[in-house]
Write a protein that binds this ligand. Structure first.
Ligand code: FE2
Length: 344
């Protein structure tokens, strides 16, 4: 193994079509000296600092290729044995489950990871591990929403209540964030009830936003009063502007708990750097947890690690257990249900 100087390079490549994938092949990450570990990652957040700290501590250099979850998975499959990737990192539990189903991941047996990552946030066979947690919850404009009304929004279903007609913003139907939330509703309540919930949002003329930042800005600007967003986007806005006027409410505290999802990773089947790759996952779940999750204001998966102060200021909450299999296996049902409800 090469112990080269600290190398953390970001290679952002447009991962357009399968045809492109075949052409770019395994040279995409190369471009000269290869790092010890190559990561395909769907995390669109600051990764450099955490990986640089890992390299400083261990001498193991890391390089990553960023792209969309589904595109990176397709790329891994297209590249097969010749893939340069050692680790596949996603931002959705369903996608991790999918990658394992499709046979691109290699199981890891690690007492360190088993101790650090709660059971529902990892694969029972060690094919993937959640490394950061994100909550998808209710956000609202405190200027236009009565505190008594917000307390009544205990469930995701409540956003279909007529009092929110014309006031709700949500994320588009193509986002894995939306699809996994709906998959979790199908899992919890059954298809019929989940359809009723989504139809309630649609009946309220939900405005669909193409990303969570746009959604939060719309609430701040008065374009809508209430919506659903990942918690870390609000933390990011508040970090940039402490006067940003949107507040967070932990959904379903009386019910099933706030919906959470994970960003996690697994070793790529056939990697020649399995020990180093395992070492990186173990580090990310323990000594490197704070560096990894704090940069993006996520929640630690490791219960021994405290969230950073801004996230901690949102208060503690009960979360829904993560069922990666349900999010993955029910994904197409969720997409179909959204379509049937007219959510677009
Ligand atoms: Fe995100």
């Amino acid at each position: 193994m090469k112990r080269s100087a600290r190398t953390v390079r970001t290679v952002v490549t447009a991962l357009a079509t399968a045809a492109t994938l075949a052409v770019t092949g395994c040279s995409a990450l190369g471009g000269g000296e290869e790092a010890d570990l190559q990561i395909y990652t769907a995390r669109h957040y600051d990764l450099e600092e955490a990986f640089a700290a890992f390299t400083d501590e261990t001498g193991i250099s890391v390089e990553f290729l960023s792209g969309d979850d589904a595109e990176l998975l397709e790329r891994l499959k297209a590249e097969g044995d010749s893939t340069p990737a050692d680790i596949f990192m996603t931002v959705d539990a369903g996608m991790l489950w999918n990658a394992a189903e499709q046979g691109v991941l290699e199981p890891v047996s690690s007492d360190v990871l088993d101790a650090a990552v709660p059971e529902d946030l990892r694969d029972p066979d060690g094919q993937w591990y959640g490394l950061a947690m994100r909550a998808r919850t209710v956000v609202y404009d405190p200027e236009s929403v009565d505190p008594a009304d917000i307390d009544a929004v205990d469930t995701y279903e409540a956003l279909g209540d007529p009092q929110w007609a014309g006031r709700v913003c949500m994320r588009d139907e193509t986002a894995s964030y939306t699809q996994s939330l709906v998959a979790s509703l199908i899992d919890l309540h059954g298809r019929e009830k989940a359809l009723e919930i989504v139809e309630g949002w649609v009946a309220n003329d939900v405005q669909i936003m193409s990303n969570d930042v746009e959604l939060l800005e719309a609430i701040d600007a008065g374009g809508c009063d209430i919506g659903i967003s990942n918690h870390y986007y609000l933390a990011r806005m508040l970090e940039e502007d402490p006067d940003f006027d949107v507040e967070l409410f932990w959904a379903s505290q009386e019910g099933d708990g706030t919906h959470v999802n994970i960003s996690g990773a697994g070793l790529v089947e056939g990697t020649e750097s399995a020990p180093e790759a395992q070492q990186l996952l173990e580090w990310l779940a323990t000594d490197g947890q704070s560096a990894f999750v704090d940069a993006n204001h996520e929640l630690p998966v490791n219960p021994e690690v405290e969230p950073e102060p801004l996230v901690a200021s949102f208060g503690e909450f009960d979360r829904m257990p993560v069922d990666a299999q349900a999010y993955g296996a029910l994904n197409s049902d969720a997409v179909e249900l959204l379509d049937e409800a007219g959510y677009r």
